[in-house]
Design a protein around this ligand. Structure first.
Ligand code: SF4
Length: 552
């Protein structure tokens, strides 16, 4: 039987872990599986065409919230072009609505829960012309699964054994399945408890991945659910001689003093932590079964940021039960005050199969009836409130998460007379200027020293922009960059190489192509932590974290 698996990633840089997991079990069992891995920007016509030319007999579709509607379109086209193809859907978001999917005819089979064993059983059953008896498979005319399959993670094959690694992609890895918590909106709360891969297996597999890719994202729902085990893995990853970075979803309240000692190490700059705050309203958190103390979480986030090593991403969700626009904005202000490196403002999704979905009517939540099932109105938040927050989320991404105005915004968030959400509101009405010009224009009236803000915006500009001249608005009294950088490169190579020893041996023309220069006043230097004198080189051949180098 010709089996094809279709995976549609959210972007070109992503890779599909599920496709590789299913591919690995099929290879181990001796089944041939062809993977068609594309991204959602390709469009239904192209994707359906790519599937059809593989001439599948069984098409396995890896369905997620970000590709659900596109997958429906693709499967409709495949069915019309090749009615004989058997279609099976799987993935976390379809597990809770097998019946609906079958009724709408998008798929002949739905794999509910984990796919590895169920897919093998499905292929075997179809090859033998029998209905699948496996736990976890629902089918047209058959009964819904009694229980879903649960795998021992050590017994599953390594999904990357034959991976032709690609340098510019993100790879995903899991060392556990399940979550110890029960947030009502989350699909991970469907399974009680957590299953861990043994440390020995996890370390052996990670050793085969590191160094091959720039970023490995752990999909473990709460990586530090067992704090001792997490620390053991962090210690292991810190010891590895690698440039690879690692992303973890962690619970802030589970981080211990021993973790902080470890994370203070310089090598921990290779770690990114994603922390879910979701809301600062105790009433809203309680309503979705989250018992964490938002004040404590924010305190821990501030301490993590202060380490200056780990990159911290903080998540908020708008639209939780009982959340009003005012309580949400107050939480947003507190979150911005903690100065995480990124702040993700997401919107509540009422996912099929969750407890929240069962409670939604009683809670008066109105949401999209199709993916992504996003909430549109609650008894406490109007559609206008949600639209206002959509704009805030876009502004947050453009100005804060892009880090294009990092120093300027940190200054404003620490010292301005307006709150974080008011800062976003001022920025949201800005026009076509660069991010740094807009930040200066929008916020200068709200800081005690607008000149310092201008200097910081210029710093951010030079940090971000490798070539284009600094806009006049941000130049002020600063000396001419072009002459200063040429004098340094052509006339004072000793001083240049003290600042940029890695440029030893490079020709001046090559250095100049990626080098910028700025001089900043004493007040801005104090804010930036620069030595007195304020001359800075921005070497755009270096990663962002080491790009700005003070010239002595
Ligand atoms: S939201 Fe996070 S903590 Fe809550 S159940 Fe889901 S994975 Fe676990």
């Amino acid at each position: 039987m010709k089996v094809v698996l279709l995976a549609l990633n959210a972007s070109f840089t992503h890779t599909s872990l599920s496709a590789r997991c299913i591919g690995a079990v099929c290879a181990e069992a001796g089944f041939e599986l062809e993977v068609v891995e594309l991204n959602i920007n390709e469009g239904a016509e192209v994707i359906a065409g790519r599937v059809v030319v593989t001439r599948p007999q069984l098409l396995l579709c890896s369905v997620y919230i970000w590709n659900r509607r596109l997958m429906e379109d693709v499967c409709t086209r495949v069915r019309l072009m090749r009615p004989e193809v058997v279609i099976a859907w799987g993935g976390p978001e379809v597990s809770g609505e097998g019946e609906g999917i079958l009724a709408r005819g998008h798929a002949d089979y739905v794999v509910c829960g984990e796919g590895e064993e169920a897919v093998l059983q499905l292929i075997c059953a179809l090859e033998q012309g029998k209905p699948p008896e496996a736990a976890g498979i629902a089918w047209q005319g058959g009964s819904l699964p009694r229980k879903e399959s649960r795998q021992d993670l050590d017994n599953l094959p390594f999904p990357y054994a034959d991976e032709p690694w690609t340098k510019n992609k993100i790879y995903y890895f899991e060392t556990s399945r399940g979550c110890p918590y029960n947030c009502t909106y989350c699909l991970s709360s469907r399974e009680a408890g957590v299953r861990f891969m043994s440390l020995c297996t996890a370390k052996a597999r990670l050793s085969q991945m590191v160094g091959k890719v720039p970023l490995i994202k752990f999909v473990d729902r709460t990586f530090n659910a067992d704090p001792q085990r997490a620390r053991d893995l962090w210690e292991f990853l810190l010891e590895l001689p690698t440039e690879t970075r690692f992303h973890f979803e962690v619970c802030a309240h589970l981080l211990t003093t021993a973790d902080f000692v470890l994370l203070a190490e310089r090598r921990a700059t290779r770690f990114q932590f994603e922390v879910g705050l979701q809301s600062a309203s105790p009433q809203s958190l309680l309503a979705v079964n989250r018992y964490t103390d938002a004040v404590q979480v924010l305190h821990t986030v501030r301490d993590l940021v202060a380490l200056g090593t780990v990159e911290v991403h903080l998540d908020l969700i708008a639209g939780l039960p009982h959340e009003t626009l005012a309580t949400f904005l107050s939480g947003l202000d507190s979150a911005l005050k903690a100065l995480p490196h990124r702040l993700h403002l997401g919107f509540l999704k009422v996912l099929p199969g969750t407890e929240l979905r069962r409670q939604a009517e009683e809670l008066g939540m109105v949401y999209l009836p199709y993916a992504p099932y996003e909430v549109l109105r609650t008894p406490d938040m109007t559609p206008t409130d949600f639209l206002y927050l959509k704009t805030a989320a876009k502004t947050l991404d453009r100005y804060y998460n892009s880090r294009q105005a990092e120093q300027a915004l940190r200054y404003v968030l620490r010292l301005a007379k307006i709150t974080g959400s008011q800062t976003l509101e001022r920025l949201s009405v800005m026009g076509e200027n660069t991010v740094q010009e807009s930040a200066y224009v929008a916020l200068q009236a709200h800081v005690a020293e607008p000149e310092v803000l201008k200097e910081l915006c210029r710093f951010d500009y030079l940090m971000h922009e490798p070539h284009v001249r600094v806009p006049d608005m941000l130049l002020g009294e600063s000396p001419q960059e072009e002459r200063a950088v040429r004098d340094l490169v052509y006339g004072d190579s000793d001083r240049l190489l003290v600042a940029l020893p890695h440029r030893q041996g490079d020709k001046p023309g090559v250095i100049l192509r990626r080098l910028r220069w700025g001089k900043f006043n004493a007040e801005a230097c104090a804010v930036l932590g620069l030595p007195h004198g304020g001359e800075v080189l921005f070497d755009h051949s270096l990663p962002r974290s080491t790009r700005a180098i003070a010239v002595t």
